[in-house]
Design a protein around this ligand. Structure first.
Ligand SMILES: [Ca+2]
Ligand SMILES: [Ca+2]
Ligand SMILES: [Ca+2]
Length: 132
């Protein structure tokens, strides 16, 4: 019984520890990242949008110094869970949670298709946003 209690306490503490070590998630849309609309994201465009160098390198799989739409989509499909943005764990992104991660009010309204005041995972998947 004591061991179980200890494990429960450890499990309860873990999210707090994880949160303090993980930087706050940031999000950006393809439209924002590709400022000059040439269907590639250069390093300069990425840095301007606030993307860290390490994230850029991770997405730029062929290491040619720019992120293609295919590379963007590959990263998106592997990192599409809204869980990191969902700080109150209600399985949806509130306006406050979205804005905190870098979304504007107007962008929020576009993704919130049913106008519920929340972005669900399904709605998130329809957009061209990535999380890092
Ligand atoms: Ca561009
Ligand atoms: Ca590339
Ligand atoms: Ca939430």
């Amino acid at each position: 019984m004591k061991l179980i209690k200890y494990l429960l306490i450890a499990a309860a503490l873990m999210p707090t520890i994880g949160y303090s070590q993980t930087p706050a998630p940031k999000i950006a849309s393809l439209a924002t990242l590709d400022a000059n609309k040439d269907s590639k994201i250069t390093k300069e465009e990425a840095l301007k949008a606030g993307m860290p160098d390490a994230t850029f390198k991770q997405i730029d799989k062929d290491n040619n110094g720019s992120i293609s739409v295919a590379e963007f989509n590959a990263y998106k499909s592997q990192n599409n869970s809204i869980a990191r943005l969902d700080s109150d764990n209600d399985k949806k992104i509130s306006r406050a949670e979205a804005v905190k991660a870098g979304m504007t009010e107007q962008e929020f309204r576009i993704l919130d298709k049913d106008n519920s005041g929340f972005i669900t995972q399904q709605e998130w998947d329809t957009g061209d946003w990535i999380i890092w």
